[in-house]
Design a binder for this molecule. Sequence first.
Ligand code: FNR
Ligand code: LAC
Length: 363
Amino acid sequence: MERTTEAGFSTLSDLEEVASKRVLEHVWAYVQGGAGEERTLGANRSAFRQWTFRPRTLVDVSRIDTNISLLGTMVRAPLFVSPMAYQGQVHPVGEPAVARAARDAGILAVYSTLSSFSIEEITRNSGSVPPWFQLYLQPDFEVSRRLVERAEKAGCSALMLTVDTPVLGVRDRQAPGGFAIDSTVPIGNGSDVVPPSRSPMEQGKFYRLRSEAGSTWDILEELLSITRLPWVVKGILTGDDARTAVHHGAKAVLVSNHGGRQLDGAPATLHALPEVVDAVGSEVEVYLDGGVRRGLDILVALALGAKAVGVGRPILWALGAGGEEGVRRYLDLLKLELATSMALVGRTTIAEVDRSLVAKTDI
Ligand code: FNR
Ligand code: LAC
């Protein structure tokens, strides 16, 4: 009961509502909003409801093992915190608190170029699972290079290049007057770091974007040449792009539509996953994010071929609802539901979670 009070919520079901009452209205709109009519945002979630489980019974489930390795690092569960900007806006304790909660849960967390605190400070609050750093390409490549060097020096063990954001999607909930991410919100990694541009500029007969929007796949090779760390490419939705990413040196791909915040009409990530797994799953690790809320969702995504899943908004809800204790509780509940669900479907290790576990339903 006491922990509930500290965390602000008691179950996975009441988390979002509790958070909605505690987070400032304009920040809430920023967190929740998707692009366009929010079709993709909704599809991410409803895709999970199209699958049911095929449980096996009277299996010895007296010991459940949720551990796996991600790019060579052992983690306590096949889940990670997806990179999200400006966590200090959601709660003043921001990313370092998320890092401590992830540390105590033994899971991986990825931090945005646009974190409210510096990557050095975040890394100092992390534990034996080193964080990963997510890069938004900067207009000046030297700034990208410095960020990569800092992340490596600070102890990050992998880098993630987000490729679905040459410009921000059209987000009506973030319309002028609301929380504009390219306004005055402080960026922990320094004042020379800029967020993706908000919209194209009309110039004569054309629309122009900033220089980094001109990047093509060669940029991945350039990024590989400036660090020893492996690169994960985030924002892949087709087998073709997955193959191209791997061809250019990616060590993993993250099937993501940015939580429905970029291209409205992009497929639900759960629908895009099998094509990507078929294309590159035997060569590199394939992850998924978008719509993962509960332990059961993790099982569905893993059954369809993901090696691990990223969790986005629920981390911010938990942070907004109860600061560090909120995130701690969310991660506890998520891990516990994963283990509980594994017992209920008769699978004792993550390796046993395969395609035979799920079936598509008509509802
Ligand atoms: C994001 N996401 C994101 N992605 C990224 O690569 N860099 C970033 O800085 C951010 N920032 C960000 C802020 C907020 C408020 C949200 C909600 C999301 C996308 C994120 O990494 C992830 O892809 C989605 O959040 C996953 O979907 P769910 O879990 O939110 O449904
Ligand atoms: C967003 C950017 C910052 O989704 O990634 O808001």
